[in-house]
Write a protein that binds this ligand. Structure first.
Ligand code: SF4
Length: 474
């Protein structure tokens, strides 16, 4: 169960033989878990652009509200699914200005300084979101579109995976710290695709080719896929929350198969399993870890089995939007309304709820439901450390809304949630999931030492966040 918004999704296609808008739509639908507030695309045919965007899921925007955009002989296109870290819903991407279209996944951390340096007043259109600021700065640079992009991205700090569309090509950029994933695929027929996650490739008709490297700027055109430049970096800060929650389980992110990661989280959590009858995942975010626990030798030895004690009404999900996490309002209500606690399973039983993380604490309402359904003891194992700090790099939670920020004491949180016991995976255990071996010291530094960002758990940000616009600034 999640009720915070996650990242945006971006996609791109270059092909002289394929149906560009249909491939983009297929990709955006597969990536809707990363953003549901709006969807858009830009096509180009070497001479002109065509843009269409609106609020809603990709399928609704391009099948119900509108039909797919049509541009004769289009051979290049970009798409975007929006969830907002900052800016209003009118900021549905992509944006197109001065011969450059932009789709952005992430959040800039120096946007306040950039506005000052380039005199972008808050009243200007260009100031409405960090993505617009990035495009405005790029267009203030000298040269043709490609030269402006190459010069402009050097000014940017923070999390950014960009796909730019020019009249004849795509330019793909991933920030030097590698916060957000981005992969390239090869179409079965001539051409290439780019997407936030490689799980989108199958329905785009493409095979995974490779990841875009941190700091890499790539051009895709009639000459194929070519690296234009590599921006320098010292250490990576790949977002570990992508692996914990954001990415689809059938994606491979930062070279790590996401489902394997989540099963392993469960195996490690199994060390801490209390004496209960069943483990019950909070759907859907707790399912993979719960399967990992159930498959562990420790759970088998104790005779603890997996039970679907919470039923999720798929019809309500279709009304609410499948991921409560990324809905902008009414999240706690939606988070609990969609669950029904199954008395046939829970009555008279001791259970342990499994979830990937605790954000605002709406788990409390789930605990109430399972107790009402007759559970005699309710414990919880959480597959990540306590979320204590805001993310300024593209995931939507501010300090003030995090339960563990407001209530740092674990015992107090356990009582607030109505639990008999509560365990969070430790920093070192989470990194053990990545490395496959135990780490002796449980310090916040284990994330940076292993090329990950874990700032929302530790408060140790891998870059300065002084120039970031947080959601509290909106
Ligand atoms: Fe990811 Fe958390 Fe770092 Fe944000 S703060 S980039 S959510 S690990």
């Amino acid at each position: 169960m999640k009720n915070i918004r996650d990242n945006c999704a971006i996609a791109g296609v270059y092909s002289k033989t394929a149906d560009i808008p249909q491939i983009l739509l297929n990709g955006l639908v597969e990536l809707n878990h990363r953003g549901q507030e709006g969807s858009g695309m830009i096509l180009a045919n070497g001479k002109e652009f065509k843009m269409l965007k609106d609020s809603g899921l990709a399928g609704i925007v391009f099948s119900i509200k509108h039909s797919l955009p049509d541009l004769d002989n289009a051979f290049v296109g970009i798409g975007h699914n929006r969830y907002s870290t900052s800016g209003s819903l009118s900021e549905v991407q992509p944006f197109l200005e001065n011969g450059i279209g932009i789709a952005h996944n992430g959040n800039l951390t120096n946007v306040k300084f950039l506005k000052e340096k380039y005199t972008i007043a808050d009243s200007m259109e260009a100031a409405k979101s960090d993505t617009r600021v990035a495009l405005a700065i790029i267009n203030k640079m000298k040269g043709d579109a490609q030269e402006r992009i190459l010069a402009g991205v050097k000014e940017l700090e923070g999390a950014f995976s960009f796909i730019f569309i020019l009249k004849n090509s795509l330019i793909v950029v991933r920030d030097s710290l590698g916060f957000r994933p981005m992969s390239i695929g090869k179409l079965q027929r001539h051409g290439y695709v780019v997407a936030s996650e490689n799980s989108a490739f199958k329905s785009m008709g493409a095979e995974f080719l490779r990841d875009v490297l941190p700091g890499e700027v790539i051009k895709i055109d009639e000459n194929g896929v070519n690296t234009l430049t590599m921006m320098s970096f010292k250490k990576l800060a790949q977002c570990i929350f992508e692996l914990i929650y954001i990415a689809r389980p059938d994606s491979t992110v930062f070279g790590i198969p996401v489902m394997q990661f989540r099963l392993k989280q469960g195996e490690i959590l199994a060390r801490h399993i209390p004496d209960v009858d069943f483990i019950v995942p909070v759907p859907r975010s707790g399912i993979s870890a719960a399967i990992g626990i159930a498959g562990s030798e420790l759970a088998k030895k104790k005779g603890i089995v997996y039970m679907d004690g919470l039923y999720t009404n798929p019809y309500r999900a279709s009304v609410d939007g499948a991921r409560t996490f990324i809905r902008p309002s009414g999240r706690d209500k939606a988070a609990t309304e969609k669950y029904s606690a199954n008395e046939q399973i829970l009555k008279g039983k001791k259970i342990c709820l499994i979830d990937d993380s605790i954000v605002r604490g709406s788990l409390r309402l789930v605990v109430e439901k399972v107790r009402k359904a007759g559970a005699t003891e309710v414990h919880a194992l959480i597959a990540s450390p306590s979320l204590t700090h805001a993310c300024y790099m593209g995931v939507d939670f501010g300090d003030a809304e995090l339960l563990a920020h407001k209530m740092p004491d674990l015992e107090e949180r356990k009582k607030y949630l109505g639990l008999d016991s509560l365990y969070h995976l430790r920093y070192s255990e989470l990194i053990e999931v990545v490395l496959g071996n135990k780490i002796k010291i449980d310090s916040p530094e284990v994330f940076s030492e292993n090329n990950f960002c874990g700032a929302c758990f530790t408060g140790k940000y891998p870059i300065s966040i002084k120039g970031a616009i947080s959601k509290e600034d909106d």
